[in-house]
Write a protein that binds this ligand. Sequence first.
Ligand code: AMP
Ligand code: MN
Ligand code: MN
Ligand code: MN
Length: 296
Amino acid sequence: MDNDGNSGLDDVHLWPMRYDLHSHSKASDGHYTPEELVALAQKKGVEVLALTDHDTSAGVSQAVAAGRKLRMHVVSGIELSCLWHGNQIHIVGLSINCGSPELQALEKSQAEKRDARAREIGMRLEKHGFKDAYENTKAMAAPGASITRGNYSSYLFKVGAGPTEEYCFSHYLDKGKPAYVAPVWPDLETIVKTVLAAGGIPVLAHPSRYQLNNNWVLRLVRDFKNCGGEAMEVSSAMQSFSERELLTKIANKHELLCSCGSDFHHEKTNLDLGIDLSIPEGGTPVWKSPKFRLEC
Ligand code: AMP
Ligand code: MN
Ligand code: MN
Ligand code: MN
């Protein structure tokens, strides 16, 4: 102990912090404003939260302001959509510089694509009796929000199209269903390179949720790494411990850092804030990256 009685322990975390590095706000298809989300995460025991809205970083500044006020750590983030061999793949960018011209240009073109697709989904739903589906879905979202099929499933549920949002999604919005509109996202390399240009850490999101068999998951991880990918999510909500261990082994094999995130949108799903998202032993957490930065 120092002579002045200061043990220096203030700067040392004696127990692991609770990181949740994947979450959504009303800037896309989450149900809470960035401020409400940060407050809720704190209430649920999260210590470091990344806001990663679909194809937009518009909510980050509000989340950071809320983090400063509530003394909660916030990481800037985004979840970008791309196409890889016809599959919709999500790449999370962590510790991004939101003002990056490359990222801003991509956000603008993704927003245009999302709006065109949302209008088309709306027209298809109209044909199934949901009058003004596009306008009503937009009205439920925050002004300027990035509209996803998640927003549409919330709208369909609200107007009584089914007993749960999941039901509405799988009956109307999923591939092969009446209001499915194939997206036209950029390729994997374009997205990874844009995250890198913004100084961020490209993270392959929820690798087990793409309905790919093991060989294709390995192919995806390899391609992602070859494009410049730096981390992958090994720990998500609703995932078994053995699956987390397997993903950690895959991450190690490809020299990728390990990330964890709930993918929280709202409390009506099982993807909840504050659950145990610890990274299995042997994995190197993404927060060890020299690029990982807390905004507050
Ligand atoms: P999009 O990026 O427009 O294709 O929409 C993807 C979003 O739809 C996801 O981020 C989720 O919020 C939502 N979603 C995906 N699968 C389901 C599901 N089975 N039930 C409800 N919402 C879903
Ligand atoms: Mn979503
Ligand atoms: Mn996703
Ligand atoms: Mn997500």
